[in-house]
Structures are given as structure tokens and as C-alpha cells.
Design a protein around this ligand. Structure first.
Ligand code: SF4
Ligand code: SF4
Length: 318
């Protein structure tokens, strides 16, 4: 009876109504999150609505692209207008990811001074900006790569390009989504001007020079201190040494030694089928090639080249 009186009371009705409203709100949230991922853009300039061109570009992505957004929150703390702009960039990137059907992945980093994250940002070619008299660098840029390690970078989101933010981001994504460029050969008797020499030496890359200034090394020096040494000053190489013998012993895994070893194993193998497999194996083929073609060349393990930012966007595994 007590229970019946409680449920019949106005208080119970009010509590039940509140619980039902709560359940409805939670359900509405879940449904909205599941089916209406895009936001309602009520800004007069439609800042959060992607253009048809951008949506087309996102629809064309076949291979996954990773966007790495580097933003030092200290920059926004010190200069709030950058904080607002960074928020806009982040929201725009979220929009790209939401519309790319899983082909875009966004990673967000807050680089701390002298951290691996900062080194990586510098190696990508992001521009550090000094924040105070102590020279602490802050970052506000984007590095993007595709599955074949092509790379595109926005070194720093300059406020004067905020109007072109969508254009810049879409151009970057397009360059990674459609990396192959048509190569056209032209034979002509016209007196064409050759390309001018580079205005700046390719090495050290600006990112490497900045890294050297901060921690006294560059990506290639750091990855192979046994073989490589050098100094950089005023963004120019001052000294550089390369120890060919050490490099050779580290990197040359095929040659006369591997040929002798492979040959011995083949001669000692009794099973004809297995012997045939060994003769045509990758190991023995490369050993023979190394005698014929690479005898006088310098072997390379390519680690120093892999970490070098110069020309990264043209490099691709064939
Ligand atoms: S090829 Fe390899 S071993 Fe040789 S210098 Fe480069 S990283 Fe060092
Ligand atoms: S990583 Fe490349 S650009 Fe940088 S210092 Fe080494 S060789 Fe030069």
C-alpha cells in the first residue's frame, strides 16, 4: 500500500518525468552523434562548410593520408589571436577527417622544447618561432604524409593566409592524394633558358640547420654517428667527414664474402630441389650481382638518406 501511495503521488510523477527527459536527451545525443556528424554552420561566411572542390578531393583519396598538426599551446597562451586561429585550423581539420571516409588520419602534437616531438617537427621542415628572450621555439604547422612517404608541409599557419586556409589544406591533401604528375618530353630547336642554379644549397635543409642550432646535430649525423660527422654554422656546412670504411662494413651485406658463403652452402646441399631453390634465392642472386655491378661502388644502408628531408616528396619505393 505504501508503495502504491508513493507511485500515485505527484512527487513520484515528477521524478519519473525527469528521468524520462534525461533518457530522451541522452538518446538524442547518441542518435545525433551517430547520424548527424556534421555541424550546423551558422557563420555568415560559412567558415565550417567545406566547398564542393574540397569534398571532391577528399572523395578521391585512395591511400591513407596522415595529417600531423603541430601546435604549441604556449603560443595561444601568449598571443590569444593565435589560439583562436589554431582552434579554427583544428576544427577545419576535423571536418576534413569527418568527410574523408577514414582515409585521413589526424594526429595532434604539442611540441615541448628539446623533445622528440619537436625534433620530428623540425625534421619535417616546420618553422619554429622564438617566443621569448630565452629563445624557446613554438610551432603552428602541419606535416602530412601518404602511404608512399610523399610529404607536404605547411611550415607555419601565417595569420595573413587565414582567408586561404581551406585552399591551402585542400592543395596539400590533393598533392598527396594524386602524387603522380604527368611527365611531358619536348624536343625543340627553340633556345630555352636552363634552370638557374639553386639560390640556397640543398644541404643543410633549413630544418636541419635549425636542429643543429638547437641540439648540435642533424638527422643524418644523429642516425649514423659512427660514419658521419660535421659542423654547421650560419646555415652553411663548415666541416663534413664521411668514413667510407665504417660505412662499408655496416652497410655492405652482399659481396665476395656472401658469395663464398652462399656457394659453399649450395655445393654442400644434397637435395637437388633445395639446391635449385638456393641458387635462385634472393640472397645468392644479390651476392652475384654485387660482384658484377656493385664491386666498386659504395654500399649504402640508406638510413642517412631515409632521414634526410631534402627531396623527400620525390622519393618513393619503386
Ligand atoms: S649508408 Fe648507412 S652506414 Fe653508411 S653513412 Fe649512411 S647510415 Fe651510415
Ligand atoms: S639530413 Fe640531409 S639536408 Fe640535413 S644535414 Fe644531413 S644530408 Fe644535409
Amino acid at each position: 500500500m505504501e508503495l502504491y501511495r508513493f507511485f500515485a503521488s505527484r512527487r513520484a510523477v515528477a521524478i519519473t518525468a525527469l528521468v524520462l527527459i534525461g533518457v530522451m536527451l541522452i538518446s538524442a545525443n547518441i542518435v545525433a552523434g551517430r547520424f548527424f556528424a556534421s555541424r550546423l554552420d551558422l557563420t555568415s561566411e560559412h567558415l565550417y562548410t567545406l566547398s564542393p572542390g574540397t569534398r571532391n578531393t577528399l572523395a578521391k583519396i585512395d591511400e591513407p593520408i596522415t595529417l600531423r598538426f603541430y601546435y604549441s599551446t604556449r603560443l595561444g597562451d601568449e598571443v590569444p589571436s593565435y589560439g583562436v586561429y589554431a582552434q579554427r585550423v583544428r576544427e577545419m581539420l576535423d571536418q576534413y577527417v569527418a568527410k574523408a571516409h577514414g582515409r585521413l588520419r589526424l594526429e595532434v602534437y604539442n611540441p615541448q622544447p628539446f623533445s622528440d616531438v619537436e625534433d620530428r617537427a623540425v625534421a619535417f621542415g616546420l618553422k619554429g618561432v622564438p617566443l621569448d628572450a630565452q629563445g624557446e621555439q613554438v610551432y603552428f604547422g602541419l606535416a602530412a604524409t601518404n602511404s608512399t612517404d610523399d610529404q607536404q608541409v605547411i611550415a607555419f599557419f601565417a595569420p595573413d593566409r587565414e582567408r586561404f586556409l581551406e585552399y591551402d589544406l585542400t592543395k596539400l591533401v590533393h598533392a598527396l592524394a594524386v602524387p603522380k604528375k604527368t611527365v611531358v618530353g619536348l624536343i625543340t630547336t627553340l633556345p630555352l633558358e636552363p634552370d638557374a642554379p639553386l639560390a640556397e644549397p640543398a644541404c643543410p635543409h633549413p630544418g636541419c640547420a635549425a636542429m643543429y642550432r638547437r641540439i648540435g646535430t642533424t638527422p643524418c649525423l644523429r642516425v649514423c654517428p659512427a660514419c658521419l660527422a660535421g659542423t654547421v654554422q650560419d646555415r652553411r656546412i663548415q666541416t663534413s667527414t664521411y668514413d667510407r670504411e665504417k660505412c662499408h662494413s655496416r652497410a655492405q651485406t652482399y659481396g665476395i664474402g656472401s658469395f663464398q658463403k652462399g656457394l659453399l652452402q649450395i655445393v654442400n646441399e644434397d637435395d637437388p630441389a633445395r639446391r635449385r631453390t638456393m641458387i635462385y634465392s634472393d640472397f645468392f642472386t644479390k651476392s652475384i650481382q654485387s660482384l658484377g655491378f656493385f664491386r666498386d661502388s659504395i654500399a649504402q644502408c640508406f638510413e642517412c638518406m631515409r632521414v634526410c628531408p631534402v627531396g623527400r616528396k620525390y622519393r618513393k619505393l619503386q
